[in-house]
Design a protein around this ligand. Structure first.
Ligand code: OOG
Ligand code: MG
Length: 255
């Protein structure tokens, strides 16, 4: 298949919520091809009227790398269609086998058009929030190689955040971050697990985006990557994440 054909194949899988074979089984794709396919699949979403709202980093914590068996940093693209309205009910039938993970989100104050350093962060990032990412690999059994998952836009499918709070750099690398289902703590982590400092995720994104010729625009959201493993969602679940000193956010899954 050509990159365009693979992009359409994965976009159809997402759109119809039907799992597919890993594309790496029958196609020889490099990591560069995989990112090209990712961008083509976003073009398909844009044709349906979706707008890019930001970026997500993946495999920034050991817990995630171990759970999924992929040990490289990845980045994916978020759109407005993926936004979950806080406290509103979501329907699981729009997805294949969704999982939730607790994250920290950042708000871009000024367009990031070059690789930035940790020291430069306050010039570009002004706010932070507690967040939940919903990931839904389009591949059967949630199994993939690095190239598979990158082509599949890094399993991106949903995200929700708390109200924005002023960015506080001091201590951001040592905050408790937990995932709750039906009032029970199901995953417990610390922001230190995210590249030792979740702001390092922004630094890495700025490097990767620059290499790809992408500008992270003012007003965009950046998800730093989960600090813990992800948990499957079930009908009727009440899902929440709490981020120490920053906030909490949740949503309900329809029965
Ligand atoms: C890939 C996405 C990884 C994260 O936060 O590490 C990710 C996956 O696990 O399916 O979003
Ligand atoms: Mg994630």
């Amino acid at each position: 298949m050509t990159p365009q054909e693979i992009a359409n194949f994965l976009d159809d899988a997402a759109y119809t919520a039907q799992p597919v074979e890993q594309i790496s089984l029958k196609n020889n794709i490099t990591l560069e091809d995989a990112y090209k396919i990712q961008r083509l699949s976003i073009e398909a979403r844009k044709k349906r009227g979706e707008k890019v709202t930001g970026y997500k980093m993946g495999f920034t914590s050991y817990a995630k790398m171990e759970q999924m068996g992929v040990h490289d940093l990845i980045w994916g693209i978020l759109t407005d269609q993926m936004q979950i309205i806080p406290k509103e009910e979501v329907n699981l039938n729009q997805w294949i086998h969704p999982r939730a993970e607790p994250e920290i989100a950042f708000h871009v104050k000024k367009a990031i058009n070059k690789p930035i350093t940790l020291d430069e962060i306050p010039e570009y990032i002004d706010k932070m929030a507690a967040a939940i990412e919903v990931i839904d690999s389009r591949y059967k059994n949630f199994k993939f190689t690095l190239e598979d998952v990158v082509a599949d836009n890094c399993s991106s499918t949903g995200y929700v955040r708390s109200d924005w709070k002023e960015l506080k750099v001091e201590g951001i690398d040592n905050l408790k971050i937990d995932l709750w289902i039906d009032g029970k703590k199901v995953e417990s982590g610390n922001t230190a697990a995210i590249l030792k400092n979740p702001l390092q995720s922004v630094v890495e994104l700025s490097r990767l985006a620059n290499e790809a010729g992408v500008v992270v625009e003012e007003g965009h959201i950046i998800m730093a990557g989960a600090a813990t493993a992800a948990v499957y969602l079930n009908p009727g679940n009440n899902v929440a994440s709490t981020l120490e000193g920053v906030g909490e956010i949740g949503f309900k899954v329809a029965k």
